[in-house]
Design a protein around this ligand. Structure first.
Ligand SMILES: Cc1cc2nc3c(=O)[nH]c(=O)nc-3n(C[C@H](O)[C@H](O)[C@H](O)COP(=O)(O)OP(=O)(O)OC[C@H]3O[C@@H](n4cnc5c(N)ncnc54)[C@H](O)[C@@H]3O)c2cc1C
Length: 435
């Protein structure tokens, strides 16, 4: 039987129908477009928690997209298999003429796509990939000599100049008439993939106008709803980064700067993929981290005896989110007060954060450990008490998460601040001397 010729749009971290660059272009193809999503066991099997909130979120989002497309006579074709197997199956069933997707800069995604390029090439499939996840990618914002920036401030200056030059692309709509017809079908149930529904709440994607407008005044106060909580949406593409940047440009430059940090870390990950598990500055790999699993457990559970640290860790464990100011405090505490390897902390955040994003997480952790590009210098050691005094002076945030503070049930500090500080300075100095 003759196979039907089609084009395919492959959804990955771009889970929206509107203003989706590759999807909009796909629906302009000469061939009917089949949208697909692959639940990849390589990724899913690594997740420890069978009620992982991200899996529920992705599943709910895709289900809503699928239903919206089914109302237009089309839909999403789902797979639960390795990407190579899913593509093999697709190419057996159809004559795939073109494949469209938005680029992903993480090492696993690049390796996966690289293997598939070979298969597509062999079958004569035309590949069309697009930038969508960031405003400027790879080498679009580089130094005058063509090398990537490793410091944020000059990068952000160039980023803004470049945006002035080229402007933001207008939002793109997809063409429903370009979609391939599909019989009524349902998404693969979570249970078939050995997952259960999570009860974690996903922050809203409504435009938080007041928050963005007042961001510069409220961003550092963890007890307030003073940041947008859009990170999970930007991570999975349920909000277009271009929409966010448009709001930042209109309402608040401080907030826009945070979106530029996001582009910056994606660019760093692309150019320096070794930074995922090696210090960006190699001499920091010579630091002798303590291997104390008991201390690590206390940090994970929020039982360090430092209220601001414990509040942050408990917020993370209970909600899958932690305020940025507190992320900096707990990361500094793990690496500098406890002298535990930043990679342990990075992995714990990766397992717990709904907004876990490899580029920003590694960037944030290496910043805190002092080993990253444009990091805090190693001798700058956050004092958790001063941080509390500055950002939670009335203990509103702390009391929400550590109600037993000031009672017998609350543990004494694991290590005294001055002792921890001296030890950190000594061990870092020794390590850097060797490295
Ligand atoms: C140790 C550590 C680990 C982190 N891990 C992650 C992570 O895995 N995923 C993640 O998205 N962010 C991470 N961040 C950055 C930041 O903490 C979160 O993006 C922010 O707290 C999310 O809250 P929000 O959406 O309310 O942000 P807002 O303050 O409203 O900022 C808007 C958006 O800008 C981006 N953004 C803000 N701050 C940063 C930053 N410092 N670096 C990169 N992008 C930023 C996010 O996409 C965010 O949603 C980490 C920071 C630290 C210090």
């Amino acid at each position: 039987m003759k196979k039907s010729p089609i084009a395919v749009h492959w959804f990955r971290r771009d889970l929206r129908l509107h203003d989706n660059t590759a999807f909009a272009h796909a629906t302009q193809s000469d061939w009917p477009v089949l949208p697909i999503f692959i639940f990849d066991p390589n990724i899913l099997q690594r997740l420890e928690d069978r009620t992982d909130g991200r899996v529920t979120f992705i599943h709910d989002t895709l289900n809503a997209m699928h239903q919206a497309l089914q109302a237009q006579g089309s839909g999403i074709r789902f797979f639960y298999s390795t990407p190579a197997e899913a593509w093999e199956q697709l190419m057996e069933e159809f004559e795939v003429k073109e494949v469209f997707f938005n680029r992903d800069y993480e090492p696993y995604a690049r390796q996966r796509d690289g293997q598939l390029y070979e298969i597509w090439k062999e079958k004569g499939v035309v590949l069309k990939t697009y930038k969508d996840h960031v405003v400027f990618e790879k080498s679009e914002v580089v130094k005058d000599d063509g090398k990537p920036y490793t410091v944020y401030t000059p990068y952000s200056r160039k980023w803004k100049l470049r945006l002035k030059e080229v402007g933001l692309p207008e939002p793109l709509a997809y063409r429903a008439a370009g979609l391939s017809p599909m019989e009524k079908s349902v998404i693969i149930p979570l249970s078939e993939m050995q997952f259960e529904r999570s009860t974690l709440e996903i922050p809203s994607s409504e435009v938080p106008q007041q928050i963005i407008q007042h961001y510069h005044e409220t961003r550092d106060i963890p007890s307030m709803a003073g940041t947008t909580r859009w990170s999970v949406h930007l991570r999975f593409g349920t909000i277009s980064i271009r929409e966010a940047v448009r709001l930042g440009m209109a309402w608040n430059e401080k907030w826009l700067n945070e979106l530029i940090w996001r582009d910056f870390y994606q660019m760093i990950l692309f150019h320096f993929p070794h930074s995922v598990d090696h210090a960006f500055k190699p001499q920091y790999d010579a630091i002798e981290w303590r291997k104390d699993e008991g201390d690590f457990k206390k940090w994970c559970e929020g039982k360090t005896g430092y209220p601001i640290v414990d509040a942050g860790m408990r917020e993370l464990n209970a909600t899958g989110f932690m305020h940025n100011r507190v992320r900096m405090v707990v990361a500094s505490f793990l690496t500098k007060h406890l002298l535990l390897d930043w990679r342990w902390g990075e992995r714990y955040f990766a397992a717990k954060l709904l907004d876990f994003d490899l580029a920003s997480n590694v960037g944030g952790w290496q910043w805190a450990a002092g080993s990253g590009c444009d990091a805090a210098p190693y001798f700058r050691i956050f004092n958790p008490y001063n941080q509390t005094e500055k950002f939670d002076p009335q203990h509103h945030y702390i009391r929400r998460w550590v109600p037993e503070i000031n009672t017998q049930d609350y543990p004494a500090p694991m290590i005294d601040h001055a002792t921890a500080r001296d030890r950190c300075l000594r061990v870092y100095k020794e390590g850097l001397g060797r490295g």
